[in-house]
Design a protein around this ligand. Sequence first.
Ligand code: FES
Length: 265
Amino acid sequence: KLFDTTALVLENKEIQPGYFRMELAANDIACASAPGQFVMVSPGDSIQPLLRRPFCVHDVKEGADGKWILSILFVVIGEGTRILSRKAPGETVQVLGPLGKGFSLNTDTEECLLVAGGIGAAPMVFLARYLAQEFSPVSCKVLLGARTANDVLCRDVFEQIGLEVQAATEDGGLGAKGLVTALLDKALEGDSARQIFTCGPMPMLKAVAAMAREHNTPCQVSVEAAMACGMGACLGCALPKKEGQVKHLHACMDGPVLDAGLLWS
Ligand code: FES
């Protein structure tokens, strides 16, 4: 079920320079959301009604009053996100969702590898919480890659959920120096029924998908495409076609979570 609601901003915190976590009183959407799905959020200003932007559901938590809280995590990159970053508790935003297809867990999986690049950590928190709550015997590892230490997000949250976290930065400012794929290479050693869930920039997703294929490991990717409508109407979120593919897949309707095999062979 889809909801279009005016949601109260409960908290809007700059967790690291340039990165904001906004908590919203959006009980219906929070309850209906599955990990990997997204919402469209607009600042709700009458002057700029068109600034609706897609954000993956970052986290879902129960509030003190028993109502559920929905969080988004964003980086300020344009006018829409700048306005959102200035929203104070007590103000409201317009939220539409949940939208799109989320992650799914294979029942025979023994170990989940959550691989995120930069802001790609955003949907992984909800997924991690869900896996820890619903599939607790399944072991989970989180591999975070980013350019600098400032871009490594949510390490504390993953640890609070109880997951092992490894980080890699391109400048070596935190964790291993280099790319997250080097961490993944290690994590894929040995035999285990694994499943990879990944979100981040396209080149990283492609590299992760190639490694998954090599290891015969199922891999689901969450793509960060530019989405204007979120509902299959604008066709602006078409994904690059894989060789031999006839029709474009669209991030908002076919994804944002897709089997890696649908994008690369
Ligand atoms: Fe408009 Fe996908 S965002 S069709």
